[in-house]
Design a protein around this ligand. Structure first.
Ligand SMILES: *Cc1c(COP(=O)(O)O)cnc(C)c1O
Length: 415
């Protein structure tokens, strides 16, 4: 740990959260009170470049003026109707989203984990009704080191001990194969396999990018064995990796696409499962639902969130800025940085264990005005808003270069 100076006022808010909140996170000691584009300000007025973007939920930047406008307008009309009635925002949103995804239908939920749960349910129903798997025998194949959320079902197939150890009993029907290994996937498929659920790039695992060709092979194997190909694009989708969806880097055609995070433009939680009629059409009234799913406010905001991505060509911007980022940092000292990897603006810098822990560097970056967070001990994720300006990228490269110029031992010696 660095010796972080925390102002009296920041300390007041941090202490309050510590005292009255469950400690299920270990946040940096910064209290944010304002945001605009790629920048946020803490309670003391210090400005930071947000290089986490709420785990890729802020692709459109903080408080985008068009999002603000939509929020104000919709807030004065109607916000929540439930699905017992129709509203005038959900239809247009569904049309826009399905067009973008080149699929027939979408099903709205709220959080990412709920959308993953929805995809699991839909895949199982498809398995029983279409593939004719015997009742309650459906299997879904997942990948080692996956991250798909925190519900009891989802942590049941996590390989991260901390995510699951104290939270059993587990939900069955899942088996796990090594990520990036198409042969292992094919070998694990049985007549009862209904789906393969995967991330095109594993985000929480530390920005793990599978070898070129994996996504295409996965898609082919699923087709060949009549198994649904289910891409969790919650973190990688909507421009983040330099394409609209990360699976578009290859000839990969998922049957179901799961979206969340940036789908709400940093204003509102909204998630979705997108797929064709032959799958999503199997759901009947009462099979599945959500009180807030498809609400007017979420759908209005999400239409604007999607339009911003298209109108501002944020995928292209992420592609270009991502290349600048990795090229700009290619010279980082090899004794400190083991690897820098990523696609578009989803990047990880992995540190040599001898050079110190990720947390130490996150805190140094914070002192110098960059907010980034380690994922696991030795990888720091850099995922800024896609709207970031060229000069902000230059600031990022200069500051990160400075921080990674020395090992933790050298930094501590200096102070
Ligand atoms: C964040 C994330 C989720 C879970 O989304 P929540 O909104 O936190 O429930 C699922 N899958 C992936 C790949 C994610 O990055």
């Amino acid at each position: 740990m660095t010796n972080q100076n925390v102002s009296e006022i920041s300390k007041k808010y941090i202490d309050m959260a510590d005292k009255f909140g469950a400690h299920n996170y270990h946040p940096l000691k910064v209290v944010i009170t304002k945001g605009s584009g790629e920048w946020v300000w803490d309670i003391d007025g210090k400005k930071y470049l947000d290089m986490l973007s709420a785990y890729s939920a802020v692709n459109q930047g903080h408080c985008h003026p068009r999002m603000q406008q939509t929020l104000m307008e919709q807030a004065q009309k109607v916000t929540l109707t439930s699905r017992a009635f129709h509203n005038d925002q959900m239809g247009p949103w569904l049309k826009q989203l399905t067009l973008l995804c080149k699929k027939d239908k979408a099903l709205p939920m709220n959080t990412g984990a709920e959308a993953v749960e929805t995809a699991i349910k839909v895949a199982r129903k498809w398995g029983y009704l279409v593939k004719k798997v015997p009742r309650h025998q459906a299997e879904i194949i997942v990948c080692d080191h996956n991250f798909h959320g925190r519900t009891t079902t989802i942590v049941s197939f996590s390989s991260e001990p901390q995510y699951k150890d104290d939270f059993g009993p587990y939900c069955g029907g899942f088996r796990s194969v090594p990520y990036g290994d198409a042969a292992a996937l094919e070998k694990a498929i049985t007549p009862n396999t209904v789906g393969f659920l995967f991330e095109p790039i594993q985000g929480e695992a530390g920005i793990i990018i599978p070898a070129q060709g994996y996504l295409e092979k996965v898609s082919q194997i699923c087709k060949k064995h009549n198994v649904l190909c289910i891409a969790d694009e919650i973190q990688t989708g909507l421009g983040r990796t330099g394409k609209l969806f990360a699976h578009l880097y290859e000839n990969c055609e998922p049957d179901l696409i799961i979206l969340g995070k940036a789908l709400g433009g940093a204003y509102y939680p909204i998630s979705a499962v997108v797929g064709n009629d032959d799958i999503l059409g199997l759901l009947k009234p009462g099979d599945h639902g959500s009180t807030f799913g498809g609400n007017s406010m979420a759908c209005a905001l999400s239409q604007t969130a999607l339009s911003i991505i298209e109108d501002e060509k944020l995928a292209d911007r992420a592609f270009k800025l991502g290349n600048q980022f990795r090229e700009g940092l290619a010279h980082l000292p090899k004794k400190v940085v083991k690897e820098i990897r990523g696609k578009g603006l989803l990047n990880g810098i992995e540190i040599h264990p001898e050079a110190g822990k990720g947390r130490f560097y996150s805190e140094l970056l914070q002192e110098r005005g960059i907010l980034a967070k380690e994922t696991h001990d030795y990888t720091i994720r850099f995922a800024p808003p896609l709207v970031m300006k060229d000069e902000s990228m230059r600031f990022a490269i200069d500051t990160i270069s400075e921080v990674f110029a020395k090992t933790q031992a050298e930094w501590l010696q200096k102070s």
